[in-house]
Design a binder for this molecule. Structure first.
Ligand code: ARG
Length: 390
């Protein structure tokens, strides 16, 4: 298949564009690693072909197999990801000929169906062509509507994105705490937004194995985390539109998204349901509510037949991954503060280990956000948002 050039547009969010010698150097280093690790023959012929292509076009075109392995390496190198033991299982959809927003959106919907796989979620990446990108940071996000009374209806984390989409012309959803946001796609300076069909967004309603009242909280979460705004880099090339998804680790939903005071802030409600004394921190009502919220998420995903990891198993697998990497003569890069789960951290092996935070390439890099243009500006916040009382 004929793939077009990778996106070479300079991005102020990252170091300069690799060009000339450095592109040759990075492409060479990348191909060496890929051919060696994969045990492929014909490296010399392939390298002279790629070098000639770079000299002719200032760009080079990975084969689908090279692209796929490069994407796996980017995952393996992601210092913040505790789920990396599964890196060899990543499936890559090579969509480098797709650049038109309407077609990109249609393929994003297919991505959601393929990744869902009837609940047996598979790790999946879709790599699109140059000149297009997804504006949303994840394909599935819940709206955060700023209310006149100073609260946010929905997910406060997405208040800025919600406002941006409304500014683009989105008229808003039905007004629940879990309205799925449309997806904005940018191409050549113009942005279009698209509503996801309901059957592409699989959700799990939350219940608790022992607390019947739990369902009255009306909580749910979507099954698929699909990171859609990071740039994939490999061999000196940059792919600005390469959304990828895995499956959830329950702490992401239960110990952060639903629990954080500046997210859904559900610990007080759970504690009240449990009849705990929330007036004194020393009753550990927050800790007890947190555990039960995590129990509920695991129970609900399991009951719905939707794949999800727990923090004990995933960290054990992570340590095994470290061991395998060591045996292969590589050092795992890691960011301790991200690898350690936010629930019962010291009961997991990663808490007791040390990690070196490095950016080995291939890897994923942040890009400038259209809806929060500069990190130097005041933090993106809803002007009305005042954190609610516990
Ligand atoms: N923490 C993010 C969220 O709660 C998702 C990040 C990716 N997570 C994953 N399991 N692949 O939505």
């Amino acid at each position: 298949m004929e793939a077009r050039r990778a996106d070479f547009s300079p991005d102020p969010g990252h170091q300069g564009v690799p060009s000339g010698e450095s592109l040759i150097r990075e492409a060479r280093r990348f191909l060496r690693v890929v051919y060696a690790e994969q045990g492929w023959s014909g490296w010399a012929a392939r390298w002279s072909e790629v070098r000639a292509e770079i000299q002719r076009t200032a760009c080079w075109t990975p084969t689908s197999a090279e692209l796929t392995y490069g994407a796996k390496l980017a995952w393996r190198n992601s210092a913040r990801c505790v789920g990396r033991s599964y890196w060899p299982s990543l499936v890559v959809r090579d969509l480098r000929t797709v650049t038109r927003p309407d077609e990109v959106f249609a393929h994003l919907v297919t991505h959601l169906h393929d990744a869902w796989n009837g609940g047996q979620i598979r790790a999946l990446m879709s790599v699109f062509g140059p000149g297009v990108r997804v504006v949303n940071d994840q394909l599935i996000r819940y709206a955060g509507y700023c209310q006149a009374d100073g609260t946010v209806l929905g997910d406060p984390k997405n208040a800025e994105l919600t406002r941006y989409l409304q500014h683009l012309g989105w008229s808003g959803g039905p007004g629940t705490p879990f309205d799925v946001l449309p997806i904005a796609i940018e191409s050549h300076g113009s942005v279009k937004f698209y509503e996801l069909p309901a059957d592409a967004v699989r959700e799990v309603p939350l219940s608790h194995p022992d607390f019947a009242w739990f369902t009255e909280l009306g909580l749910k979460w979507h099954a698929l985390p699909v990171i859609s705004d990071l740039r994939l880099e490999m061999g000196g090339l940059r792919f600005a539109c390469a959304p990828f998804s895995g499956w959830y680790l329950q702490t992401e939903i239960a110990a952060r998204n639903l629990a954080d005071a500046d997210r859904y802030h559900q610990l007080p409600a759970v504690a009240r349901g449990m009849g705990l004394d929330t007036r004194r921190a020393r009753t550990l009502w927050q800790d007890r509510a947190l555990v039960e919220l995590n129990v509920a998420v695991l129970h609900s995903f399991d009951a719905a037949g939707v794949k999800i990891s727990d923090h004990h198993t995933v960290t054990r697998h992570f340590v095994r991954f470290e061991e395998r990497e060591r045996q292969a003569g590589r050092r795992v890069a890691g960011r301790w503060s991200w690898l350690v789960p936010p629930l019962s951290p010291a009961t997991t092996p990663v808490y007791h280990r040390r990690y070196e935070d490095r950016h080995d390439n291939p890897n994923f890099y942040p890009q400038t956000r259209l809806w929060a243009p500069s990190r130097r500006q005041a933090p993106a916040r809803c002007p009305f948002h005042v954190p609610r009382d516990p």
